[in-house]
Design a protein around this ligand. Structure first.
Ligand SMILES: NC(=O)c1ccc[n+]([C@@H]2O[C@H](COP(=O)([O-])OP(=O)(O)OC[C@H]3O[C@@H](n4cnc5c(N)ncnc54)[C@H](O)[C@@H]3O)[C@@H](O)[C@H]2O)c1
Length: 357
């Protein structure tokens, strides 16, 4: 990942457990700042569904201009049962991803000692893969409409948008990433069912891959790929996928490693012109919010990605090692991964590991 030199971070806790895991990230960043003198400045914004219900918008009208002044954005999660999910998603996350050209959604997935996958033994079948999800176009588009509302012939049309530029740049990013790893790239397609967009996706990915002969490209229909992710997750290195396919595959892959609570993501503008945004894969989890049950590891691993992006490789590596250590012990991991700790206890254990020695 390429790095930025400033260290101003906009923290948006959001809703539900987003607020709880954001507090954890804040404590960890403060501990690292103290230890390494990183010059980190964190400003917090209360942009959320609560704000939407009180003021009619998730973020202020000049919200994007405010964020533009930061080097990175760290987000907990947005969404709450009183607000339709499309309102919360399109009112905050999608505008940020698009306005700041965060066209890469990077989702590393791996197994950890101590976290039992329902499918693979963490020691003998280690999972270590990255999903590169296209983040700016594809199936998540505003093109379409609803007709004949309330009539028997009511119809919804939702168009997908695929461009040569969009596919090329995400394929190039995934190919470079694979070249620095195990040199294997799987492209998720569905060219048998989606007869216009996916053959185009395949053609462009193939063209870009021809320029990187050191990387082996394999195309898989997304349905078969989903089955393989369950049956042989250890066989994947980098997977490149469209917006919708990447979204679904990354939750599946996170589940395969043991819990969605540990999965991180980075929304990257690889040109570095705009701030990138780091957030756990999970949502606001209303079912466990306020109970101290939220696993903060997804947020803290996202903080590792943020630190790498802000050119703080050593603190990032130290935080990753502290997460690995805390996951090894049931007393310092949360219930979703077979432990007994609360969110605050995990945070305290990680902070202790960061400040020790
Ligand atoms: N990027 C985001 O902000 C984002 C992503 C996904 C969903 N959402 C929103 O979050 C809300 C809830 O969505 P959902 O229930 O489909 O998904 P979710 O990820 O919030 O929860 C799914 C399940 O996983 C569990 N879980 C999630 N994170 C966990 C953690 N850190 N520790 C322990 N358990 C955890 C939850 O308790 C729940 O049972 C919705 O409003 C949705 O739109 C937001």
């Amino acid at each position: 990942m390429t790095a930025r030199s400033g260290r101003r971070i906009a923290l948006i806790p959001g809703d539900g457990i987003g607020v709880e895991v954001a507090a954890s990230a804040r404590a960890v960043l403060a501990a690292l700042d103290e230890r390494y003198g990183l010059g980190i400045r964190v400003d917090e914004f209360d942009w959320s569904c609560e704000r939407y219900l009180a003021q009619g918008a998730l973020m202020p009208a000049d919200g994007l201009d405010t964020l533009r002044r930061y080097d990175a954005i760290l987000l907990g999660a947005v969404g709450w049962p009183d607000v339709p999910d499309h309102v919360s998603l399109w009112g905050l996350l999608i505008p940020i991803r698009r306005a700041f050209g965060q066209y890469v959604n990077l989702r590393p997935v791996r197994s950890f000692e101590g976290v039992t996958s329902p499918l693979a033994d963490g020691k003998n079948r280690p999972i270590d893969l990255v999903i590169v999800r296209e983040n700016n176009e594809g199936e998540y588009s505003e093109v379409g409409g609803r007709f004949n509302r309330g009539q028997p012939e009511e119809t919804a049309i939702q168009e997908a948008v695929f461009t040569r530029r969009g596919i090329s740049r995400i394929a190039d990013y995934a190919l470079s990433l694979a070249a620095g790893r195990r040199r294997h790239l799987t492209s998720a397609t569905k060219s048998n069912g989606l007869v216009h967009s996916m053959p185009f996706w395949d053609e462009v990915v193939r063209e870009r891959a021809a320029l990187r002969p050191e990387v082996e490209l394999v195309e898989e229909h997304v349905d078969a790929l989903a089955a393989k992710l369950v049956l042989r997750p250890e066989s994947f290195d980098v997977i490149v996928a469209s917006n919708l396919f990447g979204d679904i595959l990354s939750d599946l892959a996170a589940g395969v490693t043991g819990s969605i609570g540990i999965a991180p993501s980075a929304n990257l503008d690889p040109t570095l012109r705009h701030p990138s945004m780091f957030e756990p894969v999970h949502g606001s989890a209303p079912d466990i919010a306020g109970k101290g049950l939220a696993n903060p590891v997804g947020m803290l691993w996202s903080t590792v990605l943020l630190l790498q992006h802000l050119d703080a490789a050593e603190p990032a590596a130290r935080l990753m090692a502290a997460l690995e250590e805390s996951l090894r012990n049931p007393v310092t991991r949360t219930a979703d991964v077979g432990g007994t700790a609360t969110t605050d206890q995990v945070t305290a254990a990680v902070v202790d590991l960061l400040t020790a020695g």
